[in-house]
Structures are given as C-alpha cells and as structure tokens.
Design a protein around this ligand. Structure first.
Ligand SMILES: [Zn+2]
Ligand SMILES: [Zn+2]
Length: 437
C-alpha cells in the first residue's frame, strides 16, 4: 500500500454560483447532446492521444458520479420515490441503475455534507465514486473505534489521510485497510476496544442476487467469528461419494452445506427459555500462562474476552502444557443449571439492559466467575450476547440490590454520581421507590 501526503491544496468544493433547477437540467442536456454527436475515438488516435482521452473519460465518469450522488440525495430529500417505488434506490433501479451503484450514490450523497474536502475532489473528477465511498465508510469506521468519537479536527485528519491514499493510487480495498489501521491506532490511543472485541463494527449483510441467489458478507468480532468457524468446521468434513471416491464438493460448497445444517438445527432447537444458548467453543488455556488463552480457530484472545466466555457460554476449557498436550478438560460448573436459569428468567424476564427476549440471553455472573463469583440466584442476571459483551468490556457495573433485583450502574463518565438504574423489566420504578436498592 502506498502512503503520501496531499500534494497540493484541496480543490474548491462548491460551485461558485448556485444554479436553479431549470438551468442545471439545461446544462446537463447540452453536455449529453455534445456526447451524442461525438463518435468514439478510433483508429485516428496515437497511443498517447488514446491514453490522454481515456484519462479525461475517467475524470468525466468520476464527475458524473459526483453529480449523480448529489442527485440521488436530492431525490431522497424531496421524497420523489414516495408515490412511485417507495424507496429512492428502487426508483433508481427502475431507471436502469445497478443496485450496488444506486446504494453507493445514496450513501455518498447523504454523507457529502459531513466532510469538508472530499466533495472538491469528486467534483473535479479526481476521486471516483468507488473511492469516495471507501473514504466515507473509512471515516465512519474510525469514528466508531474511538470511544468518544472524533473531534472535528481529528475527523478532518482522517479524511485527509484517506484522500491522500486515494490520490496516491490506492484501491478502495486498500483505503478500507488503511481506515482499519487508523481505527486500531485511535482505539489503542483512546482506550477503545481492540478490533477483535469491538462489536460495534460488526457487519453481516445478506442480499438477493438478480438470478435468485443470495450473497452473504460479514465482518465479525472474535467471539461470533469463533462460534461460526467452530460450527462450520464441525459440519463441513469431506465425505466419500457413494462409489467410494473422494468428496466431489468444493470447500465452498461443503461450507454452504454446513451452513444449511446449522440453520436446520437452529429451526428445530429446543427453544424453551430454560435452555441456555448452546455454544461449542474450545478455549485453550496454557497451564503456565493462563492469560495467554486462545480460541481453537481464531487464535489469541484478550483477558476480557476470556472472562466473557467463562461467564456462561458452553465452552470446553482445555488446559495444555508447553507442548500443547491437553492436561485437563474444564468443568461446566460455572453454567447456571436449568432450575436457576428458570428462576432468574421469572425475576428478570428479559435482558436487564436492553430488554431482548429471555430466549436469547446468557446468564451473567454479577460477581464475575473469574473473580470467584458463585453460581446462584443472587449472582446471576440475564444479558443478551451484545449487552453481555458490553458489560464485560466497559466500566458499567451490575449489582444485586437489597430488593434482590439486578441494578445497572453507569460509569462515571455517563453519570458522575453513578446512580443505579433498574433492570429493563422494572424501568417504571424510580430511585425513590421504597423497594428500590
Ligand atoms: Zn441486551
Ligand atoms: Zn458475564
């Protein structure tokens, strides 16, 4: 990947004089008429002329992207699609725009006003729509990695760095990688989470294709990644064909079959609330250096993730010696047995932080298991997987009140007095309530 600083001052972003709708349309129509009358450059060109012409065409394409993004944002703002196709993206698709391009224009159009330099580069045709999209999503990525966001100056610095990447020839993928690097730097400097633990940047998208298939794309934290990998790996083993020859399926096809098996299993799973989510994750703990725990598939994890997994997940702890020879398999003593889980569900009803349904919750050890917290009714509370990860990763605390209900205590940066908040199912209570903690 190349790095460079911006070689010259930023181009001016704004059109010097605003133009009204009729004038804008007339100008675009005139440009189109000129292109209509222009035969494609052909055999009359020399090599240098062909290259120069191509450079101009590439810039024109980027300029069209700039105008189309602004146009898409205007259509959206005016609600033009409301009476036609409902959504602006769908309206653009009826005009023959590919879905990926329609969504990209809308993303760029919506974000233009939040950046200072980029619009000047796209208006000049120096940065394409694909690169602009990568820069904008890169800025969002870095913002999410810093726990308190970015100040205007920091945001401008990130924008400047990513524009410099684009101008030095980096591809959109490289710009994304640079943004991840910057995000990791900001997280390390500002006390944010390492990328592997940061669930706020998780992505998982499914999108239908035009030929009746579905594409799946994801970017997941270590814990979800390990669960998915472990589940796929347990089900994608090659099996011989009926005639005894080797499995004819590709690795990708075997993974897809494994995914279907996971979905089928989930559909018939015991969803009674007393059954905790079953997770089969192997946690490898070196006997002499337990702080260097690692997961079977995704490798080393931090002590925070280790403590989270030890709280309620169905994991197999494997203690190994220096030669990775298993010495002992862990117990499942830390898990809340069904009768305790049922009792806690009766008390908490849902995730105590966000209200997610009880069927999706873990039972969190209020005094952490890793700090010798017991597995009993007064030391468990319901948390959905993302709130569970959040509680372990941040300075939020949970206590059991005198009323034997869990209370959430925000960190001092949110409430300097750290006043307890009731569990989600009891949010109508106030601190003055006589039964409150
Ligand atoms: Zn929750
Ligand atoms: Zn926990």
């Amino acid at each position: 990947m190349t790095t460079a600083t911006a070689p010259c001052p930023d181009p001016v972003a704004e059109h010097p004089e605003p133009i009204d709708g009729a004038g804008y349309l007339a100008t675009l129509t005139a440009i189109r008429a000129m292109l209509w009358d222009l035969p494609p450059g052909g055999s009359g060109q020399t090599g240098p002329q062909a290259l120069a012409a191509m450079t101009v065409l590439i810039e024109l394409r980027a300029m069209i992207d700039h105008h189309a993004a602004a146009g898409a944002a205007t259509l959206d703002r005016l609600g033009v699609a409301r009476d036609r196709t409902g959504k602006t993206a769908a309206l653009l698709m009826t005009k023959g725009v590919a879905p990926a391009v329609a969504y990209r224009w809308l993303r760029i159009g919506a974000a233009q006003s939040q950046v200072s330099r980029l619009p000047g580069y796209t208006a000049d045709g120096a940065i394409s729509g694909e690169h602009a999209d990568a820069i904008l999503s890169g800025i969002t990525h870095v913002e999410r990695r810093a726990p308190d966001g970015l100040c205007t100056q920091e945001k401008a610095e990130v924008e400047r760095t990513l524009i410099a990447q684009a101008m030095s020839g980096a591809s959109p993928v490289d710009i994304g990688k640079k943004a991840r690097e910057l995000g990791n730097d900001y997280a390390a400097e500002t006390g944010g989470l390492p990328a592997g633990e940061d669930r706020t940047i998780n992505e998982f998208t499914i999108g239908p294709t035009t030929d009746g298939r579905l594409t799946v794309k994801g970017d997941l934290d270590t814990v979800i990644g390990e669960k998915l990998t472990a589940a796929i790996e347990s089900l994608n083993t090659p099996r011989p064909e009926p005639d005894g020859s080797a499995d004819a399926r590709t690795t990708g096809a075997r993974n897809a079959d494994a995914l279907e098996a996971i979905l089928d299993a989930a559909a018939v799973a015991d969803t009674s609330l007393a059954t905790p989510p079953k997770v089969h994750v192997d946690l490898v703990l070196p006997a002499t250096t337990p702080e260097k725990a690692r997961l079977l598939w995704l490798g080393t994890i931090t002590p925070t993730v280790t403590k989270l997994l030890l709280c309620d997940a169905e994991i197999a702890e494997v203690v190994v010696d220096g030669q990775t020879v298993p010495l002992q398999m862990g117990t499942t003593r830390r898990r809340f047995p069904p009768h305790l889980r049922r009792a806690i569900i009766i008390r908490d009803q849902c995730c105590v932080k966000c209200g997610a349904s009880a069927g999706r919750t873990h039972v969190h050890h209020v005094q952490w298991w890793s700090q010798d917290g017991p597995t009993d009714l007064d030391n468990g509370c319901l948390l959905c997987p993302s709130c569970h990860a959040f509680i372990h990763a941040t300075d939020w605390d949970i206590i059991l009140g005198a009323d034997r209900h869990p209370w959430l205590i925000p960190p001092a940066v949110i409430d300097p007095q750290r006043r307890p908040l009731p569990a989600y199912n009891r949010r109508t209570l106030t601190l003055d309530d006589p039964i409150a903690a």
